[in-house]
Design a binder for this molecule. Structure first.
Ligand code: BMA
Length: 339
């Protein structure tokens, strides 16, 4: 690896494929995509927009599962190699602080992030409308659901993998009750993961067509010597509906409401059949990465067409160089984001 450093674990066993010879762009797809196909388990028609972490030398994930009646719920899955997954037959059994059942009515687009010794699950829940749900676990047996961090409407909650200046730090995208034809990424802090405040604006939707309607956080930011590397989604509206692409940005390490660099180009956009064809066509929706600090390898997990899970790869050096080379400052992204 070169001069840019990643402050993360060494994970030599993450899924990986070398960059193909004819690759255009800094991110390449796994040749065996999609890694999760239709009807992946009993009673579940589709799994997509899901998040994984390394766990006890293997991998564990929280999966958005569209059940037979069309209601999304969260299921736990395990994998030896990060590619082939087996799932629990029942949904994740969330409980409250007293240990009583505390299940969301629906749950989608989970992120799974380890901060210190605890794994946090953030998802879009029903709180008199779409809002963020939050739960924690240490052992993937007991899942304690916490208070919903924000008022409705809000989606795309993405926690940073460590506290910043002593506080939990969370990206989110305030939205509306429908399919939200607008939206920027904001950041909030909490000393205890219960009370959230110090809200700041991070990134505005772009002027480039692929992110001209709205943007939303994707995978947990990766800590690097250049700043926090964020994979996010950008949406455009066409005469045939929304198109979701993947973008990348680098946020200031101590004050991540400041955008240091942001690529004006998407880094992945729907091109393959499993991205262009499905329950919702033309969706590439990143929710997680696995990375290996020693080699700088990054494996990105993304939902495809609200029907499948795909994987794509890049390296720290490659993606940082690309984002810097194609940097285009938008609005007041470089400010601390309070007016
Ligand atoms: C968003 C979310 C995502 C979904 C996307 C495209 O509003 O609901 O779960 O992937 O729309 O349908």
């Amino acid at each position: 690896m070169g001069e840019i450093k990643m402050y993360a674990e060494n994970l030599p066993n993450i899924p990986w494929q070398e960059k193909p010879e004819n690759q255009v762009g800094p991110v390449w797809r796994y040749s065996e995509n999609p890694i999760i196909g239709r009807n992946p388990l009993k009673g579940v028609a589709r799994i997509f927009n899901s998040a994984v972490v390394p766990y006890e030398g293997k991998f564990i994930g929280v999966f958005r599962a569209e059940t037979g009646n069309g209601i999304p719920h969260l299921y736990l899955g395990r994998s030896e190699n990060g590619i082939h997954w087996t799932y629990d037959e029942e949904r994740i059994p969330f409980v409250n602080e007293k240990g009583e059942p505390f299940m969301p009515r629906y749950a989608y687009d989970p992120r799974l992030i380890k901060v210190e010794d605890t794994y946090y699950i953030i998802w879009c829940t029903d709180f008199y409308g779409a809002a963020l749900g939050l739960a924690k676990t240490k052992d993937f047996k007991t899942f304690t659901r916490l208070d919903n961090p924000f008022l409705p409407f809000n989606r795309n909650g993405v926690l940073f993998p460590r506290k910043i200046n002593g506080n939990f730090t969370l990206l989110s995208r305030p939205s509306d009750s429908g399919h939200t034809p607008f939206g920027d990424i904001f950041i909030s802090e909490s000393p205890d993961s219960i009370y959230w405040g110090k809200h700041r604006h991070v990134m505005t939707k772009g002027t480039q067509w692929w992110q001209s309607l709205k943007i939303g956080g994707g995978a947990a930011p990766i800590e690097t010597s250049e700043g926090w590397l964020l994979f996010y989604h950008g949406v455009t509206g066409t005469c045939n509906g929304y198109v979701y692409s993947m973008g990348a940005a680098i946020l200031d390490i101590d004050n991540p409401s400041i955008v240091k660099y942001r690529s004006e180009n998407f880094i992945l956009t729907p091109e393959e059949w499993y991205e262009e064809r499905g329950f919702v066509a033309n969706v590439v929706f990143p929710c997680a990465t696995l990375q290996d600090a020693a080699t700088g390898r990054i494996a990105i997990y993304y939902g495809a067409a609200d029907s499948y899970v795909g994987m794509a790869f890049t390296t720290l050096e490659e993606i940082v160089a690309y984002v810097k080379e194609h940097h285009a400052e938008i609005g007041d992204d470089a400010s601390i984001g309070i007016i």
